[in-house]
Design a protein around this ligand. Structure first.
Ligand SMILES: *Cc1c(COP(=O)(O)O)cnc(C)c1O
Length: 410
C-alpha cells in the first residue's frame, strides 16, 4: 500500500474508490506482494530441489490458488475439501500433499483414490493404512520433534502436549509398523507451529529429522513444514529467510550426501506467502466518546477477522480517508454483540464517521476464518492483479444465510 497524491493505492488502484465500487467490509489482496514473497522464499534456498506446498487453509480462494499455481507453487491441504478446491483450481494430484489430523479413515481413503500424497500423523492410522494398502500407496509420516516453537500456544504444534505428529520417541514403534505392513515411506514431515522467530529452531528440528531419516530407506523428500513469522508492525522481528535458506540448504546437502541420494526439500508456508498481501477495508459507523476512550466502531467484527480476539494478534490499522489528518488515540471495535476489539489505543489520523479504515496483514487466516456469527454476511474479496481490481468472491446476501435451513411447521 502506497500513498500517492494523498490517496492510498495498491498497484495504482485507489483503495477508497474500491470500497465505493464493491462496498464494505471488503478483503483486498495484492498479487505483486504474493509473488514477491513466493520469490523471496524460493530464492533463499540454493542448490536444493525445493517444492513449495502453499498451506491452502490460510487463504482458500480459487483465484489465489490459481495465482500461486502460476508461480510454480503446489499445495498442502488439511481437509478433503481443500484437496477438492486444489483440484478445481487446476492442481494435479501429485502436486498436492494432504496432511490430516484426527480425520475419519474414510476421508483418508478418498485421498488415496484421488491420488494425492498422504501425510499420516498417528500410529493407529498407520496400522489401519498398512492393513488396507500395505506398501501399494506411498506415504509421508508426520513426526513431532518436541521442540517448542512460536510465541502462541494455540498455534504451536511441535511441543510435547501437541495433538500433532507422531513422537520421535515412538520411532521404534513406527519402524515396527512400517516393517510389518511393508509400508512405503517416501517422506518425513514436521510442522512445529506458527510464528517461529529463530532459524535455529528450524535447524534443530531439521537435525532431528535427518537423524530419523536414516531409519528409512526409500525417502524421496523431507518436508520442513512452516511457521515463518512475518512483520505485523514496524520493528517486528521476522524469520530471516535468507539466513535460514543458506544454513538449511547446506545442512540438507550434506545430509543427502550421507544418505546417498538427492532428496527434495519441501515447505508448506501459508502466512509467509499471503499475510502481507491482504488488506481488510471497513467503514467507520460511529465515533463514540466515553469517559475512558474514543471508540471507532466499524461495520465488521470478529466474525470477519477473528485473529485479534482469538490469538491476541496485532493488526496495524490505517485511516485511508484522511492521509494527512492529525493523529489521535482510538479503540477500534466491531459491531458484534460481545466484546470484539480490533485494536486498543491506536494512533490513527483523525477518524470521522464514514471514514474507511484498513487492517493490514489480512491475507492469512482472515477471510478463511470468517463466519456468519450474529447472522452477518461474509464480505466480498477483490484481487488486484496487473494493476486491475478483480472481484474474486461476491458479498453474501441474506439468501445465503437461510439456504440450507429447513423450516418445520411448529
Ligand atoms: C497451518 C499449517 C501450515 C501453515 O502454517 P503458516 O504459519 O501459515 O505458515 C503448514 N503446514 C501445516 C501442516 C499446517 O497445519
Amino acid at each position: 500500500m502506497l500513498v500517492e497524491n494523498n490517496k492510498y493505492t495498491v498497484q495504482g488502484v485507489d483503495l477508497v474508490n474500491l470500497t465505493e465500487e464493491f462496498g464494505t467490509p471488503l478483503y483486498v489482496y495484492d498479487s505483486d506482494k504474493i509473488r514477491s514473497q513466493f520469490d523471496r522464499l524460493t530464492n533463499a534456498f540454493k542448490g536444493v530441489k525445493l517444492r513449495v506446498k502453499y498451506a491452502t487453509k490460510s487463504l482458500t480462494n480459487l483465484s489465489i490458488l490459481k495465482l500461486l499455481k502460476s508461480f510454480g507453487s503446489e499445495l498442502d491441504c488439511v481437509s478433503i475439501q481443500e484437496v477438492k478446491l486444489g483440484l478445481k483450481a487446476g492442481f494435479s494430484p501429485d502436486q498436492i500433499l494432504y496432511t490430516p489430523n484426527c480425520v475419519s479413515f474414510s476421508e483418508i481413503r478418498q485421498a488415496v483414490e484421488i491420488g494425492v500424497m498422504i501425510n499420516l500423523d498417528n500410529i493407529s492410522i498407520l496400522e489401519q493404512f498398512g492393513h488396507e494398502y500395505h506398501g501399494s500407496v506411498p506415504i509421508c509420516i508426520r513426526l513431532n520433534p518436541h521442540i517448542m516453537a512460536g510465541g502462541n500456544k494455540k498455534i504451536s504444534t511441535g511441543h510435547a502436549d501437541s495433538k500433532f505428529g507422531i513422537s520421535i520417541y515412538q520411532l521404534a514403534h513406527i519402524l515396527r509398523v512400517v516393517k510389518t505392513y511393508n509400508l512405503n515411506v517416501v517422506g518425513l514431515h514436521m510442522h512445529t507451529g506458527s510464528d517461529i522467530l529463530d532459524a535455529e529452531v528450524f535447524l534443530r528440528g531439521a537435525d532431528i529429522l535427518f537423524d530419523t531419516a536414516r531409519s528409512f530407506e526409500n525417502l524421496e523428500f523431507i518436508d520442513f513444514g512452516s511457521g515463518f513469522k512475518v512483520a505485523y508492525k514496524e520493528g517486528d522481528i521476522t524469520t530471516d529467510i535468507e539466513e535460514l535458506g543458506a544454513k538449511l540448504s547446506e545442512s540438507f546437502k550434506s545430509f543427502c550426501k550421507d544418505y546417498g541420494r538427492e532428496l527434495e526439500m519441501w515447505f508448506e508456508p501459508g502466512k509467509y506467502i499471503v499475510s502481507e498481501s491482504g488488506l481488510f477495508l471497513v467503514k467507520t459507523n460511529v465515533v463514540k466518546t466515553t469517559p475512558a476512550t474514543v471508540f471507532a466502531g466499524v461495520d465488521s467484527g470478529m466474525n470477519h477477522l477473528i485473529r485479534p480476539m482469538m490469538y491476541d494478534a496485532y493488526h496495524e490499522i490505517v485511516n485511508l480517508s484522511n492521509p494527512n489528518g492529525t493523529s489521535r488515540v482510538y479503540t477500534v471495535v466491531g459491531y458484534i454483540c460481545e466484546t470484539d476489539t480490533f485494536g486498543l489505543d491506536r494512533k490513527l489520523n483523525e477518524v470521522k464517521e464514514g471514514d474507511i479504515l484498513a487492517f493490514k496483514n489480512a491475507g492469512a487466516y482472515a477471510f478463511s476464518m470468517a463466519s456468519n456469527y450474529n447472522s452477518r454476511l461474509r464480505p466480498a474479496e477483490v484481487l488486484i492483479h496487473k494493476g486491475k481490481a478483480h472481484l474474486i468472491r461476491k458479498r453474501e446476501v441474506f439468501e445465503d444465510l437461510i439456504r440450507n435451513q429447513v423450516e418445520v411447521d411448529i
